[in-house]
Write a protein that binds this ligand. Sequence first.
Ligand code: SAM
Length: 412
Amino acid sequence: MDMARGGALRLLAGVRDGLSLSDQAGALKALAPPDQARAARLAAEVLRHQSRADAVIGAYVSRRPSPQVADILRLATVELLQLDGAAHGVVDAAVTLTRGLGQKGQAAAGMVNAVLRKVAAHRGWTDLPPQPMPHWLRDPVAAAYGEEAARAIEAAHQAGAPLDLTPKPGAVVEGAETLPTGSLRVHGPAQVSALPGFAAGDWWVQDAAAALPVRLLDPQAGERIADLCAAPGGKTLQLAAAGAQVTAVDISPARLRRVAENLNRCALSADLVAADALEWRPDTALEAVLLDAPCSATGTIRRHPDLSFLRDGSGIPGLVDLQARLIDHALSLIRPGGRLVYAVCSLLPDEGEVQVAAALARHPGLAVETPDLPGVTPGWITAEGGLRTRPDFWADRGGMDGFFMARLRKAE
Ligand SMILES: C[S@@+](CC[C@H](N)C(=O)[O-])C[C@H]1O[C@@H](n2cnc3c(N)ncnc32)[C@H](O)[C@@H]1O
């Protein structure tokens, strides 16, 4: 367990230095795989509960601890109050980790011990408000969906995410819940590669909301369809499983290798092209394009809690500009009467609703087709005819990622 705690602290230090948790996967290579998994889980839990942990710790410290000691206190606090860790073991481990910081650690160990004993007896943890979204995100989210929704989204971020799978047509996974939209949901901790049907390629990991853009596109067997920002390939797999002739384009050759691995495991096929989608053009016009554009990924914070600590919102205007150029290029690849599904895993209207309204204004004759999909409730349909999902939807079932998507039909 202490290897895992040490690993979690290394990951948290990395996030403070601007590295995402997934960027740091290699940093824990020396640990046994179960410790790597535990370290990643602990680090994510600390980030999900950081403001609550700081509020509790703040009540018992007289001086601001160093960043390393602060992380040790947060980790122990989250273990004690959120993960029901046994006080004796958690406090001892935190003291040992503090001593391991060298001379300064020796001096802080007594304080860590005293503070954590008080934390262990603290009451009122569950009454503390969840980790707030950063202002650059919270302000537009509250303006778009209301203050109550912003709070519900923060509660969903704190709750984390279950594991969702998209099955190949007809595949079943024992013990998984079938969601109204057709995805499968596994509750509780699960090791993906140990689930039944993994090796056989019966399914792939994909959030229930992330599975909707391809359902909205409604691919038909034999249709020529491009997936323009394809990696790691969840949507490419859906298109291929429907029998479409898919070309999966992604700018990153390394990420495209993951698409190849996923296709291989699931015995599905697609043409893979490593290219800037803005420069890629097929020989003849396509039936349809799926554009799952690069975006702020603010709809995925419940699975990637580090995002709130790594971004400051300054990248959004550049992304909005790129998305608009990708939409225009994607439309130029489609035959008259063909369809484009535009999707982003973002909570920000500027990347979703506003982006589509702007595309309609730029392209006379382009029309939005209102979704009619199993499990999609009318409240998810936007004024423009797009589909908006939020982390606080299906709260009693474990939520879903925040996405915006719209099906656009090109004029004949
Ligand atoms: C939101 S992810 C796509 C997720 C993917 N559609 C799935 O369902 O698994 C965005 C992807 O866009 C790729 N990308 C970013 N800019 C691009 C560009 N100009 N051309 C092609 N791909 C790009 C990134 O490498 C990244 O893999």
